[in-house]
Write a protein of this length. Structure first.
Length: 135
């Protein structure tokens, strides 16, 4: 749709075509008329992923030596046949620091920045999780 201008009360309101990538609110001076326009917003500019082996010692869920700079999302897929738990650096499989479970075959998506480390642990053995970070 081509952009078109309309005028309501004392405020010109512009209808934005679907090719825009931002969301904008427009208010008139009386506050009676409100137009909200939206189109697909693409925030992510980078993505990395890897298979991470999780054991009985907490390991940070990240790709490489450090979290992806500017990370906005961390996605964890439990690619094993047992529960993987997540939490802070002292996460455990029982007791006061018992982590939140990720069931076998479950995908978890967290909106966490690169300064928020998330750790994974399993009760026994070595298990694989697929880790993806986006910025």
């Amino acid at each position: 749709m081509a952009d078109q201008n309309y005028e309501e009360a004392s405020l010109p309101i512009q209808v934005i075509g679907s090719d825009q990538t931002t969301v904008a609110d427009v208010d008139d001076t009386s506050g009676k008329n409100r137009l909200r326009t939206a189109a697909s917003v693409t925030d992510n500019v980078s993505m990395v992923h890897t298979v991470l082996t999780v054991s009985t010692t907490p390991i940070e869920a990240k790709v490489g030596g450090s979290a992806l700079a500017g990370r906005q999302k961390l996605i964890i897929f439990n690619d094993s046949n047992i529960v993987v738990r997540f939490g802070g650096a002292s996460v455990s499989t029982s007791g006061a620091n018992k982590g939140i479970p990720i069931q076998p075959g479950e995908l978890l998506e967290l909106e966490v920045g690169d300064q928020v480390p998330i750790y994974l642990i399993v009760q026994n053995g070595n298990r694989d999780c697929i880790i993806m970070e986006t910025s």
